[in-house]
Structure formats: C-alpha cells, structure tokens
Design a protein around this ligand. Structure first.
Ligand code: PLP
Length: 365
C-alpha cells in the first residue's frame, strides 16, 4: 500500500452540495454556496469579511492590489516560503525584499525585518510555514512603528493560533489557499479575509473585472476575473463543516510522529513555541549530518518503500528570478537543504506512521 504525502478528505456533505449545484443549474460564480461559504469562513475566523477567489495566489495578489501596492514599492517577505508569496508581489510591479528565517520555527525572523525597512517599504507578509504561527507581536510592532501594512499569507495555517488568536485574524488582510493538499480544500481556491469595509469593497471590485457595483458593464478600473465557482464553494462549505475533525486528526498524527520518531539520531523534530498552536499542515523533520544519509537519499529510500515525502521549498534567494546575488540567508539555506515533509492527511492511521518511522530508523547509520 502506497502512502501519499497528502490527500483530501471528502468525508462530509461535499457530494450532496455539489449535486445540489448541478440540479439547480448554479455552477458558475454566483449562487448560494458562495455566500454561505464566505459567511461561515468569516464566522470561523471571527472577522468581518471573507472573500472567495480562484486560488491562494490570487488572494495574495488581490490583497496587494487593494492596498494600492505597485511599481516602485517594496514588500518584505520571508525567503523561505512557497513561491506564490513572492510572485504575488512581483505581479503588482513591487519588489519582494527577502528576510532570513528563524532556526527553530523556520518562519520569518522578526528581528531581521527592521533593518530592511526603507522609504519605499509598504508591507510585510509573514508566512506561518507548514502550520507553525509566526511570532506576530514583534512583526505587528515594527509595522506599526513604520506605518506598514501586514498581510498574513496563512495558506498553510488555517486553524493554527498565535497565543489566543487564529492565524488569519491578526493582520490588515490575510489570505488562505484551498488547494487540494491544504487543511480544507475546494480543489483550487482561495480566501481573503479582512475587518476593513473599504478594503473588502476594493477586493470585490478587483476580483470582478473592476465592474462598478451599481452600474452594469461600467468598469471604473482595470480588474481581474479571480472569482470562485459555486461548485467550489459547495465543496468548501462541506469541508469547513468538518474543520475541527480535520485539525484534531492532524494533532493526533503529529503526536504519533513525535512518539515514534523520538530518539532516532540525527532527526530533528519540529519545535512548537510557547505562543503557538500548530495546524500541522505538514509534519516536517530535519535530517542532520549525524543521521549519516543525505536528505535526498532519505526521500528516495522512503519512496522505495511506497512512502511519498517532499523536500522543503527552495528559498527564494536561490532561484534565479528572485536572487539578487546578495545576502547569503544562511539559516534558510541550511534548513531548506535538510527538511522533509512527511505524509500528513486525514486518512492516516497509527500503523502508517509506525511504517514511516521504521523506514527512517532502518536507513539511519
Ligand atoms: C499553497 C500556498 C499558497 C497559494 O497557493 P495556491 O496554489 O495559489 O492556492 C500561497 N502561499 C503559501 C505559503 C502556500 O503554501
């Protein structure tokens, strides 16, 4: 039996709601599920507005557009993130300014932000990577002192908390991805949340081609077609109904990994800070020198046993499109070369984790 690294759990009302879309002919980007899904999503996060869109990358793009960020501006982003964070900045014509990560959480290092702020800086995008929240207070503090916006790219952190606050409820705007491997999914999809009425209105304008809300086919500005369909929202609503179940299962999986991987020399398990409640989007480990085999060999050996795993993201600064030949970002470089994401999804049972752990124990020298 193969163990994939991730798969969705369509265990609730997904089919029923999708059939309702088909039976009622509401399959495009209008319909009741869009409203219901947005309303329930906003309620879950305790925010005023949740706006659906076609994926997490467009949610980020819409955030920056609504904040008026564009050519000549700078946006501070972690070098260690999924490429969508930097891409969304680039779409607007602004420049992503990269920051190294913390050695233990792998998230943007709040202490390294201030030195990068210039007269052109407009925003900071913290990314709670693999589901561990960023240390938000110092980030919000720098932002406040310099008059910068904070946009949280919480794609991987639905359900995670910083102290008492849910990730995605603390920034001016926050975004989520609803891709098939995320904590809840719509296939492809994204959500943007904010408490600001004016920003919400701008996002609505931008995602609907820029059409004025009170004048049909009058386009007051150049917009985009970034809408979600009713079918996607139907799946999303059913997924959201099960969020507590999904989060509880992920916590259980993380507990099994911790139990069965502890004590293997050269494997560093994920750290959970005092301020953090993890969403366990991925259970991630580092393969240290002491382990005796390289990270890539470990991935290969796992795959020979039918276990899929994933290397960590390449940091942005090593990719030609984002490297400026500048700072070495030593911590991100090291972490990215050592990290592996292990299978993390709803259908896993403890026996599967035992199997992964026993392969990791066997390879270790
Ligand atoms: C998944 C993800 C996104 C957005 O992904 P989409 O595929 O566009 O939905 C953005 N940022 C991070 C950190 C992600 O993991």
């Amino acid at each position: 039996m193969k163990i994939p690294v991730s798969q969705p759990a369509l265990v609730g009302n997904e089919k029923k709601y999708v059939i309702d879309c088909l039976d009622s002919n509401w399959i495009s980007s209008k319909g009741k599920y869009i409203h219901l899904f947005e309303q329930k999503f906003a309620e879950y996060l305790g925010v005023k507005h949740a706006l659906s869109c076609c994926n997490g990358t467009t949610a980020l793009h819409l955030s920056l557009l609504a904040l008026g960020i564009g050519a000549g501006d700078e946006v501070i982003v972690p070098t260690f993130t999924y490429v969508a964070t930097a891409n969304a900045v680039a779409y607007t014509g602004a420049t992503p300014v990269l920051v190294d990560c913390e050695p233990d959480t792998w998230n943007i290092d709040p202490l390294k932000i201030e030195a990068l702020v210039t007269a052109r800086t407009k925003a900071i995008i913290p990314v709670p990577l693999y589901g561990h929240p960023c240390d938000m207070n110092p980030i919000l503090d720098v932002a406040q002192r310099y008059g910068l916006y904070v946009v949280e790219d919480a794609a991987e952190a639905l359900g995670a908390r910083y102290k008492e606050s849910l990730c995605g409820s603390m920034a001016k705007i926050s975004t989520f991805s609803l891709y098939g491997n995320k904590t809840i999914t719509t296939g492809e999809g994204g959500m943007l949340v904010t408490n600001d009425d004016e920003l919400a209105a701008k996002v609505r304008l931008f995602k609907g081609q820029g059409m004025a809300p009170n004048r049909q086919y009058w386009f007051s500005q150049i917009g985009y077609n970034y809408r979600m369909t009713n079918i996607q929202a139907a799946i999303g609503l059913a997924q959201l109904e099960n969020i507590e179940l999904f989060l509880a299962k992920r916590r259980e999986i993380a507990g099994w990994y911790k139990q069965h991987l502890s004590g293997i020399p050269g494997i560093t398990l994920p750290v959970i800070k005092k301020y953090a409640s993890h969403s366990w989007w991925m259970y991630s480990i580092l393969i240290e020198n002491e382990y005796g085999e390289s990270r890539d060999t470990v991935i290969y050996r796992l795959s020979e046993d039918g276990i899929e795993s994933r290397p960590f993201f390449y940091p942005m600064h090593v990719m030609p499109v984002y490297s400026k030949g500048g700072a070495p970002f030593k911590i991100a470089t090291a972490v990215a070369s050592k990290g592996i994401n292990l299978p993390t999804y709803y259908d896993l049972c403890e026996q599967d984790i035992v199997r992964v752990a026993s392969v990791l124990r066997d390879i270790c020298k």
